[in-house]
Ligand binder design. Sequence first.
Ligand code: C2O
Ligand code: CU
Length: 465
Amino acid sequence: MAFTRRDFLGAAAALPLAGPGLWKTALAAADPTAQVLRATSGMTRLVPGDFPETQIWGYDGSTPGPVIRVRQGETIVRRFINELPQPSTVHWHGIRLKNGMDGVPGLTQALVPPKGEFLYEFDAPDAGTYWYHPHNRTWEQMARGLYGAIVVEENEPPVADRDEVLLIDDWRLQPDASIAGGFDAMMDWSHGGRMGNWLTVNGKGEYRQPARHGERLRLRLVNVANARIFPLRLDGLEGWIVALDGQPLARPERAGRMVLAPAQRIDLLVDVVAADGARASIDFLSGNDIYPLVGFDIDGRVRTERLSPPAPLAPNPVPPLGDTGQARTVTLRMEGGAMGGMGGAMMGGRMMGMRNLVAAGRVWAFNGVADMPDAPLLAASRGETVKIDMINDTAWPHAIHLHGHHFRKIDKNGQAGPLRDTLLVDRGETAQIALVADNPGKWLLHCHMLEHSAGGMMTWIDVAA
Ligand code: C2O
Ligand code: CU
C-alpha cells in the first residue's frame, strides 16, 4: 500500500492547528572531569525534501540526544548543563536509581535554572532499554525534541547482527517545518494530549535503512511522543519480543501486533524474512491507515537457514513479589478530562469547581486531587509488597508510570504479568499492579501523556529508608 508523507499529513489535517492547505505538499558540585550533557537548541532536518530545517531543543543540540551506552552495573555520570531559556532537570526513565538522582523538581532536587548545572551520578543495575528526558515543563521540552536513549548492555548479549535503538516521535509542525507553539492549549490537555502531524524515528522523517535477507536485528523501540499511542505490526520481519520497559520476558513472545504507549519500550529480536530487493517495515496502524514508520530496503542476503529462536535474556536483579494476596492495596482513581463528567477537585488543599480548575490548567485528577498532593498515595516500608488498584474513570486511555521501580500487572486470577514501568490503562478499564517497594525515597507516579500529567494526573509514593 502506498502511503506517503502527503497522505499522513493530509489525514492529520483535522488536528486543531492544521489549517486548510497545510502541507500542500544547580545544586550538586560541578565535576569538571565528568562528561557533559548539554540541553541546548539546535537545527535539524525533520522533514526531508525542500522543507527548511527545524529549530529544536536537544541534548548536545541534537534530537535524539546521544545514546548513553554502558554495561550492566556500571555507573553513569553526566554533568548536566542547562542552556535552555527555561529551568530543567534530567529524569532517567526506568532506571532503578537512587532517589536523589531521579530528576523530579520539588520532590528529589531543585530546578536547574538557565545557565545552571547539576551532576548526575548513579548505577545502572538492570540491563535493557531505558531513556532520559527533562522533568520540567516536560510537555513543552519533550515536544521540542529533548530526549535520548540509554542502553544498558547485558553481560551476555543475545546473538544479533545489529543492535539499534529506534526512538519514535510525533511532532506538531507548521507549514515551514517549525515546531508549532500552543503547548499549554487546554483543548489538547483535556483530550488525548498534544498530537502531532509529523512522525520521526531517531529524528528523521521517512526513516529507512538497508538490511539483508536473513539478518537478525535487535531493535529497541522507544515511544518518546508526548501522548500518541502507537499500535504497530511487523512486515517482512519475524521474531520475538524479548523485553518490555527494559525488563526481560521470562519467555520470549512471538511479535505480532504490538501497542507502544508513551514512554514504553519493546525490545525485539527479529529476522529479516523479506526477499532480496523487497522491503520490510515496522508499520504504525493509524485507524485504517498503515504508515511505515521504519523501512528496511533489503539488499543482499546473509545465511540460508534461520537462526534458532532466542533464549530468554537473563533476568535483572528485581526482587520477587511477596504474597500479593495479603499485600496492602491502595486505589488510584483517574478522573476528569473531556467527557469525563468531573464536577470539581481539590487543588492547593481547597475544593474547586471545574471552571476554576480549567482556568488554572487542572483538568485531570487522581483520587479527587488535581495537583501534586502533600501526602503520598502510599507510604510503604522498605521491601514491602504493595498493590495499586488503578481505575480509569475517564473517557481516555492513560499510560501510568511509576518512578524508581518496576511493577507487574495482576490479572483477575491473581497471575502476575511481566515487569513494566509504564502501563496503559484504557478508558473505563481497571488494572491492578503489584510491586516490591524496595527503593527508598519519594517516587512520582503519573500519567505519561505529558499534558495529562501537567493537567493534574500526578501523585507520589514514599518508601521508607
Ligand atoms: Cu518518563 Cu516521570 O517520566
Ligand atoms: Cu493520561
